[in-house]
Each structure stands twice: as C-alpha cells, then as structure tokens.
Design a protein around this ligand. Structure first.
Ligand code: IVH
Length: 684
C-alpha cells in the first residue's frame, strides 16, 4: 500500500519536474525572441515545445499553474475592468520644450538639494504609448494596472499577460515580497503598419497611430484581441517595493535586466545609445539633441526625453509638487506638424471598392520627409473636418508614417470656397456607389470596375501575397493599359517578348520580371488564398483556412457549417467566402491560375524536413533569386532557426552580395561562412 502511494508521489513529482523544465525552457525562449530579438530555435521547434507543455497539462490539469506560459491567452471575455487603487500614485511629469527649460530644471534641483555640485541625471527616451504598472508578488506576476486617474487604475491583467516579453516569473532565487514596476506599452512602427494593413484586409477602420492602437487594444474586454496585437512593454521606473532596496536608477535597470524584464536598456542592447547618464545640464542638452536627431530612425515612437536624478536618495529628498516629482522632467520635442494648402481632393477606389477621399497638397516637409498626399479617410471624416480645396491645413505624419490632415486653419480660409461634394457614383466606372449597413464607407460594388480589378492585381502580386516583386505598380498599370493582364491568371501567360514590346523595357528587366513571376509559382496554400483578395480574408484568416482545408480543392468546396468551426472565422467572413465560392467565374479563374503553372504547397507543416534540425544560420547580404525573409522561411521549414545576429553559437553564416558587419563578425569568431550553393547543398 505504502509503496503504491510512494510510486504515485514520485510519478507526480517527475511530471511536476518535467513541467517546470518545459516552462523554464519556454520562458527562456520567449525572452530571447521577444525581448532580445535573438531567437535561438525555430518557430517550429518553439511550437513543438509549447505543444508538449499543452499535452502534459491536458493530461494533468490539476498541475496547471497561473504563471504557465499556456495561461497567457484565451481567457473568457470580462464584463468590465475592476478598479484598483495604486499603492503609490502614478504621477505625471512636468513638460518643457527647450534647452533653457533644462537648465532651469537643473537649477531648481540644485536649489532644493542646497548643492552646487553637478548632478548625475539619467536621460531616457519618452515613449509615446500608455503607462502600465506590473505587479510581482514573491516573484510571480499577479496584476497589471493602467494609470487611470493616477490614484485608481483598471485591472488589465488578462490583456497584459498576453504580452510574451513580460516574464510571468522572475528568474531569481529570493524574489522580493512585492515588486511593482512601471513602464510604457507601445507598438513598434513596423508592427503598426502591418496591423493597419491587416485591419484594411479585414475591412476594419485603420488606427490613427500606434498609441491609439495600443490604447484601444488594452481597453478590450476580450483578451484574445490583445493576444493577436503586437504589444510590447518597456519598463522605466519602480513603483511600490517590499524586500528590495535599490540605490539608483542605474541599479534599477540592472535589476530588471538580470530578471529578464524588458526595459529601456533593451534599446541600448539593440542599437541605440538612447539611455545615458549625463553629468550636468550641458551633457543633458547634448543628449536631448542627439535623441531628437535619431528620433525618426527609431523602431518606436517617442515624443521627448525624460530626465531623472539618478540617485534614489536624492530623489526622495527632492519629493513632489502637486502631481509631479521634482526629481524628473520631460523635455518634449516639437510636434511634427506643418501647415500647407490643399490643391485638390480626389477620390481613390480601393480593392474592396471603398471610395477614399485624398487631399493633394502643396509639397511640404514633415520630419525629414516630403509629403503631397494625405488621407481624409471617408465621407463622414471629410465632412467633420470640412476640408475644402484652397484651405490651409495642419498635417502630421500619424504614427510617423501615414500623412494625415489634423485640422483646417479656418482663419486662413479663402473666400468663395465650397464644401466638398462627395460623389454618389464611382468616379472610374460611373456605377452608383452604395453604403452597406452600419458602414461609414461608400463603395463601388461593380466587380468589373477597372480600379477594383487593378487594385486586386496589385494586391495579388504584393509581398505578403504572391510576392512577384518585379511587377511593381507602374508595370501592372502598363500591362493593364496594353490589355495584356486583365485577371490574375494572365500574369502566368506573360512572355518575355510581351514585356519587351510593350514596356520598352530592356532585355534584362524583362527577364527579371519573368524570373520573378516564375519564382512565385510555388506559394503556400495560405499565401495563395490570401492573394485571391476575398473580402475579409486577411493574412491570419487565410492561414487558418489553409490549415483547416490542407489543399485548394477542399477549400473551393468549403461549406458554411465547416467554415464556422474554424477559430477566428466569424459569420461575416463565412458569408463572404461562400458567396465568392458560388461564383463560377471565381472558380474558373482559380483553376486557370493553377493550369497556367502555379502549384500549391500543401499545408506548410507537412513540408517540414529535419535537414537543418537545431542549426542556427544567420543570413546576411542580398541574394539574386530570393529575398532574405524567404530564405529564413526555408531554414525554419527544415527545422533550423535564423537569428538576426552572429554569436559563437551560430552554426553558419549564409552570405550573399555586399554582406557587411555580420560577415566580418563571423570571420572574427571563426563561424563557418557559406554561399547560396553550399546552403542548397545542406537541404538537398
Ligand atoms: S517616468 C513620476 N519615464 O510619460 C512620473 N515616464 O507624464 C514617472 N513616459 O504617462 C514617469 N516614457 O507613461 C517616465 N522613460 C519614461 C517615460 C515615461 C514615457 C510616460 C509615462 C507617463 C508620462 C509622464
């Protein structure tokens, strides 16, 4: 009897140990991937580890802990967020805009401290996102609160838990009883563009800028939404702590770094020396100019620099006034807005038929880039802002990327301007435009409208779709004008002579286009489905469809009850897919594309081999036939991984034309360098 109990106990112990090991391993890979950007295993290998964890937890649900990586996603939607008081109020910073203000701040600090010695200031980027407080109790992540009104915040734990770079457990032996850490939730500029692209594909309103997108995401009661959005967090200050004493801000960052909490130091780790201890105000001003100079080249949005007294003892001597600390100040940058005039307003017809008003403006420079066009979104936006031809307008690059009209300078409005009359018909095919139920957008619904077809062709050849990179917009336009390409399948009938004759392109460019078309002939099923431009079928939905159906024939026979079983496919998407699949012209066209030479890889997972199992191959330089992202996909599909930087652990560096510092590093570390042909040899 006793020995049975013993055996049972020891088997539970061994499962617990296995779970612990798996969780630690997954946490370590999350940190390498999401915080340091240096993955050491392929996505495939990561998925396998994760699956192993899920399987083990499934058979032993009693052993699932709240901090298991499996518990980051998939919680049931909340009715509302709970309000929770902050242990220490989350204050705001006093803003200043000029070097003189920086000197004045330094003077004030010295006066209160009664010292005339130079003070050490930590200068940091001021991230443009939203404030968050992460709470760790005995080393376990227990709660995340928004700033709220500074005294009481909202409990957004389930949403924040989906951010994979946040450790759910601090990897330390004797964690403090309580460790609260504050930081900013942001979305990187590149992720923001992808997110808006995905919004567009699903015909949802784009977000105005990364901050709005991050704020909108955090406010969602369904944490699955947050799980699908590219949120990141960077910690910048301690909150309440118990059982931990930190002497200075520098020490605070060191503590975070050694406990894998993503923080402002990560920027330094990556490439920028954004964080600096400055000795006195002159140094601070110099760093302010430096950050302002590199602002546009950063991966994320910032709106200024924060200056903090480094020594925490001095910080507490300085204390607070009203709602701001005396030991810190925000030196903001001037907003990147300028004034220009609207020369005309045109209506663009998009791939889904949406009529979008666009202001064409007198060219003007914003943040180092000349802009001439700004979107006015839709009919209600243009009416709300009342933008007219001839108006002076303030424009900004929202998200530092998409130019947008902020407002009209009414005082400067010339006499006799007229409110813009939104057309009732498509400006291109002249068919009557319609507004669908509950939509703000007026649409052309003529599927043969030349603009819609041309935009669909551009989508078809785009990078995330068939990726025919040499068929740029201008060439698609000329092929259209020459009536050579009127539907997707025509692309795969093109001959070199067609291009030379009609484009007056050189022999070499024509050949490049043909090569690029040929290289696109083996897409994954997901990319192919995405390329077809079915309404509401974005990249993610296409992936889910490909995974579910596995091959194109089954997809073409999809029925609504089956489609509804797929995660993330809602009724709107089902309706759109079944509608298009009932259209005989659509089915004929898909079959024609395949007849013209496109062969589909069956579902991605099945094509994996183990040829590169566990190998770390860094790809650098450019390659004649293929781009680096495609090579990375090949490496991963064979079980390898492709970290972005070279280290001693790198197995190979695959070097193309004009390979630079990574090649040098490989040589200095004695890492084997291979060329394209040698790489091919590895996977044959
Ligand atoms: S320190 C006592 N550091 O700026 C205030 N704040 O008004 C402690 N912010 O909404 C804040 N980057 O979320 C600090 N490096 C940084 C920051 C930063 C952005 C935000 C913060 C708050 C606002 C301050």
């Amino acid at each position: 009897m006793n020995s049975n109990v013993d055996r049972l106990e020891s088997s539970v112990k061994s499962i617990k140990d296995k779970l612990k090991k798996l969780k630690n391993e997954i946490n370590e890979h999350n940190y390498l991937y999401h915080t340091l950007d240096t993955p050491q295993i392929s996505d495939y290998q990561y998925d396998q580890l994760f699956q192993e964890l899920l399987d083990l937890e499934n058979s032993h649900p009693e052993l699932i802990t709240k901090d298991s990586p499996s518990q980051r996603t998939g919680s049931a939607p909340l009715d509302k967020f709970e309000k929770v008081e902050h242990k220490i109020p989350m204050l705001s910073l006093q803003n200043s805009y000029s070097p003189e203000d920086i000197f004045a701040f330094d003077e004030r600090v010295k006066k209160v401290l009664g010292s005339d010695k130079n003070i050490d200031y930590m200068c940091e980027p001021k991230l443009d996102g939203l404030a968050i407080e992460l709470i760790y109790e005995k080393g376990h992540f227990t709660r995340a609160l928004t700033r709220g009104d500074g005294l009481v915040g909202e409990d957004v734990t389930l949403n924040v838990k989906t951010i994979k770079s946040i450790p759910l457990v601090l990897p330390m032996k004797n964690p403090p009883a309580v460790f609260e850490v504050r930081g900013e939730i942001v979305i990187h500029k590149k992720d923001f563009l992808n997110l808006n692209e995905e919004q567009k594909n699903q015909e949802l309103e784009p977000f105005a800028n990364p901050r709005n997108a991050a704020a909108g995401t955090l406010r969602q009661l369904d944490s699955k939404v947050a799980a699908s959005r590219p949120l990141r967090v960077y910690a910048y200050a301690p909150g309440f702590t118990e059982g931990l004493s930190l002497e200075s801000h520098v020490k605070f960052f060191e503590f975070l770094k050694s406990n894998t909490v993503p923080n402002l130091l990560d920027f330094k780790v990556r490439k920028n020396n954004l964080l600096k201890i400055c000795k006195g105000p002159e140094d601070v001003v110099e760093h302010y100019h430096f950050i302002e100079k590199v602002r546009d080249s950063l991966d994320f949005e910032i709106d200024g620099m924060v200056i903090k007294v480094n020594d925490y003892q001095l910080q507490s001597e300085l204390g607070f006034i009203a709602r701001s600390p005396r030991w810190a100040s925000a030196a903001k940058f001037k907003p990147e807005q300028v004034t220009t005039t609207v020369e005309s307003i045109v209506i663009q017809v998009g791939r889904t038929g949406a009529l979008t008003p666009v202001a064409i403006m007198k060219p003007v420079k914003v943040g180092g880039v000349t802009i001439t066009h700004a979107t006015l979104h839709n009919q209600s936006e243009i009416e709300r802002k009342d933008v007219r031809v001839g108006d002076s307008v303030i424009v900004q690059r929202a998200g530092d990327v998409i130019p947008e009209v902020v407002e009209v300078v009414i005082k400067k409005r010339p006499k006799n301007t007229k409110a813009f009359q939104f057309p009732t018909h498509c400006p291109t095919c002249k068919e009557k435009a319609v507004k669908e139920d509950g939509e703000a957008v007026l649409r052309c619904v003529n599927i043969l409208c030349p603009d819609i077809v041309q935009e669909s062709l551009k989508h078809f050849v785009s990078k995330k779709a068939m990726n025919i990179d040499k068929l740029g917009e201008k060439i698609v336009q000329s092929l259209w004008d020459a009536k050579l390409v009127r539907k997707f399948s025509d692309i795969y009938k093109l001959k070199k002579t067609d291009l030379i004759d009609l484009e007056r392109l050189g022999e070499k460019s024509a050949q490049n286009i043909i090569t690029s078309i040929n290289q696109s002939k083996e897409p994954t099923l997901a990319k192919f489905i995405f390329s077809l431009g079915i309404r509401f079928v974005g990249e993610q939905t296409a992936k889910a469809l490909a995974k579910y159906y596995g091959n194109i024939d089954d997809f073409l026979k999809a029925q609504s009850d089956d489609l509804l079983k797929i995660n993330d496919v809602g009724p709107k998407v089902v309706e759109s897919i079944t509608k298009v699949l009932q259209d005989p012209d659509f089915i004929t066209e898909v079959k024609q594309i395949i007849k013209n030479g496109v062969t589909l890889k069956e579902v991605e997972m099945t094509s994996h081999t183990k040829m590169l199992d566990g190998l770390k191959i860094v790809v650098t330089g450019s390659f004649e036939k293929i781009d680096r992202n495609q090579i990375k996909e090949i490496i991963e599909s064979h079980g390898g991984s492709s970290p972005s930087s070279v280290s001693k652990k790198t197995d190979y560096v695959l070097a193309g034309e004009a390979a630079g510092s990574k090649l040098e590093k490989a040589e200095s570390l004695g890492v084997k360098v291979i060329n394209w042909d040698e790489f091919q040899g590895l996977i044959q």
